[in-house]
Design a protein around this ligand. Structure first.
Ligand SMILES: Cc1cc2nc3c(=O)[nH]c(=O)nc-3n(C[C@H](O)[C@H](O)[C@H](O)COP(=O)(O)OP(=O)(O)OC[C@H]3O[C@@H](n4cnc5c(N)ncnc54)[C@H](O)[C@@H]3O)c2cc1C
Ligand code: SF4
Length: 432
């Protein structure tokens, strides 16, 4: 048995890293267990010519396609929204698009304002200092003064709009719709030991330059300097409890598959919206037959994804394609409730600069836009480097039928039951 610690954190992703860093000052013995390993930027897709192909393989956002030993499979057959994540130090931030939008004040008051779901027990103002601290730790580039959001103070200038952004912004001006250079965690100048973006444009499957902030290069170095211990390739399969019914520690498998028990005064779960309920449900015991923290029966229920609808089209002029980070501006024109639309709440528009040649070829061929034979090259030239994208990102409302349970058959590489997601979204989301 390992020596007991004061705090054990499960998961070294976005929230695990931040909580480890924020507790480090207490000088308690803090240990984080992470099922994945440290990232090796020299092996990231952007270091090789096959970077686009790898986004469909070992750097796919889908754990079911990546299928590395540290990934756990997710049965999402009954979900129109497929789960994306990344399992390793940094978690989802290794692979995120680095758009760094804050919640709006109205998001905290959806019951009072719109009569749906629940109000948060805190408001935007209570969180604002923590948003600002997180912005400083991750390093946010942007342009102050966006009239659609409360004031903030980005540390670095915004990403250049480039050809694609300028084209999209002009179109938005013609429509009279709100747009603004978006807040991103891509460094536009050297920042806290990180080099600035050099506009290669491979951000989503990880940034080898270190310009895109992921918590393995932001929070974790600071937390470890302050004494936090991080053990990688350690997969927790159960949170154990004592006679008082309080969390007493965790059982986990190490890199060699050997099982350990780690006693802790406090257990912090930071395994994201799918991994966290999976672990609570998998911690069922004679004392808690329905899983931990589940006296309400609600563990895993009310799962909220952010549904993401994407459209794209082609313009005559050349766009940025895959050069530069994929997102640089957003529109909040339809964010707040407008009863005339027939549904409450709204969505953010996120604009895309374009895609690389392989993604263009694969998608266009599948859609029948790219013929084989004599006309192939001419058609590809018209498409490649001429695409602009637009995504509407909204938030599901909490509804019990959207849930995570344990799959009775599917298991991860340690034989731990895999999560199963069952979602239909909400009627409001579909109308939006
Ligand atoms: C492709 C993609 C694009 C995205 N784009 C954006 C964006 O532009 N802007 C934005 O704000 N957000 C974006 N996100 C979402 C963002 O990355 C997540 O919301 C965020 O990382 C969630 O933080 P978390 O700490 O809850 O979980 P995660 O960051 O997912 O971390 C959970 C960690 O727990 C570990 N873990 C899980 N189970 C166990 C276990 N049993 N034992 C040990 N360790 C375990 C995992 O390995 C993982 O490292 C994106 C995500 C993806 C995948
Ligand atoms: S475009 Fe910038 S942020 Fe994106 S991968 Fe390249 S250097 Fe990193």
């Amino acid at each position: 048995m390992n020596d007991p610690v004061d705090v054990v954190i499960i998961g070294a992703g976005a929230s695990g890293a931040a909580v480890a860093w924020s507790l480090a000052d207490t000088k308690m013995h803090i240990l984080c267990l992470e099922q994945g390993g440290w990232m090796k930027p020299e092996t990231y897709p952007s270091t090789g010519r096959d970077w686009e192909a790898r986004a469909f393989g070992d750097y796919s956002p889908s754990p079911n396609i990546r299928a590395r030993p540290e990934d756990y499979p997710i049965n999402d057959d009954n979900s129109p929204i497929k789960v994306v994540n990344f399992n390793g130090v940094g978690g989802g931030t290794v692979m995120y698009a680095a758009h760094f939008r804050r919640l709006h004040p109205s998001d905290f008051r959806v019951r009072s304002l719109d009569g749906v779901a629940d109000d948060w027990p805190i408001d935007y103002d209570a969180l604002a200092p923590f948003f600002a601290e997180n912005d400083r730790m991750m390093g946010v580039s942007g342009l102050a003064g966006d009239p659609a959001v409360p004031p903030s103070d980005p540390r670095m200038p915004p990403l250049p709009l480039g050809r694609s952004g300028t084209r999209l912004a002009k179109a938005m001006n013609r429509l009279g719709w709100h747009w603004w250079p978006s807040d991103t965690t891509v460094a536009t100048v050297d920042y806290e030991g990180r080099s600035r973006c050099i506009n290669l444009g491979h951000c989503t499957p990880a940034c080898a330059q270190g310009a895109k902030a992921s918590t393995d290069i932001t929070y974790w170095p600071a937390a470890r300097r302050a004494g936090v211990e991080l053990r990688t390739h350690c997969r927790v399969h159960e949170i154990t409890t004592n006679e008082q019914g309080m969390a007493a520690g965790v059982a986990y498998y190490d890199a060699d598959g050997i099982e350990h028990f780690q006693a802790a005064e406090v257990v912090v779960l930071a395994c994201n919206g799918v991994g966290t309920p999976r672990l609570l449900l998998n911690s069922a015991s004679w004392r808690f037959p329905n899983g931990l923290a589940n006296s309400s029966g609600l563990v895993g229920k009310n799962l909220m994804f952010h549904p993401y609808a994407q459209v794209y089209g082609y313009v005559d002029e050349t766009t940025d394609s895959n050069r530069a980070p994929p997102t640089c501006l957003w529109s909040k024109e339809f964010y707040e409730t407008d009863p005339s639309r027939g549904f409450v709440r709204g969505y953010t528009f996120q604009f895309g600069r374009g895609v690389g040649p392989v993604a263009e070829a694969v998608a266009s061929e599948a859609k029948g836009l790219l013929p084989w034979g004599a006309r192939h090259h001419a058609a590809f030239r018209r498409l490649n480097g001429h695409r602009l994208g637009l995504s509407a990102i909204c938030e599901d409302l909490p509804e019990e039928h959207n849930c995570v349970t344990l799959d009775p058959v599917l298991k991860d590489s340690h034989g731990i039951p895999a999560p199963r997601g069952s979602t239909t979204g909400s009627a409001r989301t579909r109308r939006g």
